[in-house]
Design a protein around this ligand. Structure first.
Ligand code: PBG
Length: 336
């Protein structure tokens, strides 16, 4: 493993480069910059609304005007993009999630307003039905089954509606088979050749999504679990097959999700394909750090930055995280 098998203690002293701050900086192998971060944003209807999310201390559901303010700050900090997610009240949800196809829904209005106010920030949208279904699943539920091909048809429409509203990246997070290729074909047919697809390629059936489901209003309503479409946390080779498929179907970038517990997958995907690879540091990861920091059990800022650099070290090109603005502020302060 070592490239210099001859150097041994005491000629070789690994502590030598660690002795001073300048030298530690010089020897640093990976760096985190605001350009690596995509801020995850939870939207809510209304005006001047900043509603705290209980399970995610420090995070708020933001009305569109507030999301615009956040977009301005993110842009000023050098954050390239935002990933938007809608809170949907249970009375606006239906069995088939029709609101997903309403071109005037919260997601579409938010994209238009943010693009108008902050034209140079990238905007990303999930393609999946879970914010809109009354059962909380990402696809259509028929006799206890999440039906694949019928769902994909709707996702294609949803992606086109998002693209028309101004989203730069559509990110299928539903884990239906064949959806990346179908969405690519649909986008191209509708004249959205420039819109990117970031595939949630290796997305695991994870307990770490818990706080997000509260954040978007899915918490109490999810029937069963998502194990018939999301991956088994025990699997690793399967992630490579998922990624291979999504790249072959035209994904511009792929994502591994959740983040910290799946860094081995990030590394394997990066090494195997060399494709643009992103990690999603999900709601539960954010909640764990915030909760421990809130109790004084760890240094929240240091834990945040350490968790983020870990993704870079594992080979990720970027990280979708609820910490983006907070981390970028800190990075900027540390640079000054
Ligand atoms: C839904 C979706 C989920 C997340 C992003 N998109 C949750 C799920 O699959 O149940 C999780 C985000 C997070 O936990 O931060 N398609």
């Amino acid at each position: 493993m070592t490239k210099n098998p001859h150097a041994r203690f005491p000629a070789l002293r690994m502590r030598r480069p660690r002795a001073t701050a300048w030298s530690r900086r010089l020897f640093q192998e990976n760096a985190l910059s605001p350009s690596d971060l995509i801020q995850a944003v939870i939207l809510i209807e209304g005006n001047k609304v900043r509603e705290p999310i209980d399970a995610m201390p420090g995070m708020h559901r933001l009305s569109v005007d507030q999301a615009i303010e956040l977009a301005k700050e993110a842009q000023g900090l050098g954050i390239p993009a935002l990933a938007l997610f809608p809170f949907t009240d249970s009375n606006a949800r239906t069995p088939d999630g029709e609101e997903a196809l309403n071109s005037d829904n919260l997601m579409c209005r938010a994209a238009r307003a943010i693009k108008h106010a902050v034209p140079d920030i990238g905007l990303m949208a999930d393609v999946a039905l879970d914010p809109y279904t009354d059962h909380g699943h990402d696809g259509l539920l028929r006799d206890g089954d999440i039906v694949n091909d019928e769902t994909v048809k709707i996702l294609v429409e949803q992606a086109n509606i998002m693209a028309a509203a101004g989203y730069d990246i559509v990110a299928p997070s539903d884990m239906m088979d064949g959806r990346v290729g179908a969405i690519r074909t649909g986008l191209d047919k509708a004249g959205f050749q420039h819109v990117q697809i970031m595939a949630y390629a290796a997305k695991y059936a994870s307990a770490f999504y818990g706080p997000y489901r509260e954040a978007i209003g899915s918490a109490g309503i999810l029937q069963g679990d998502k194990r018939t479409y999301q991956m088994d946390p025990a699997n690793s080779d399967e992630a490579l097959r998922e990624v291979a498929l999504d790249l072959a179907e035209g994904a511009d970038s792929v994502m591994v999700k959740p983040g910290l517990a799946y860094l081995d997958i990030v590394r394997r995907v990066k090494d195997e394909f060399g494709a643009p690879t992103f990690a999603f540091q999900v709601s539960g990861e954010y909640a764990m750090i915030k909760a421990a920091a809130g109790n004084g059990w760890l240094d929240g800022e240091r834990a945040m930055l350490e968790s983020l650099i870990a993704f870079k070290r594992a080979g990720a090109n970027g990280i979708i995280t609820y910490f983006a603005v907070e981390a970028a502020r800190l990075l900027r302060k540390n640079m000054a």
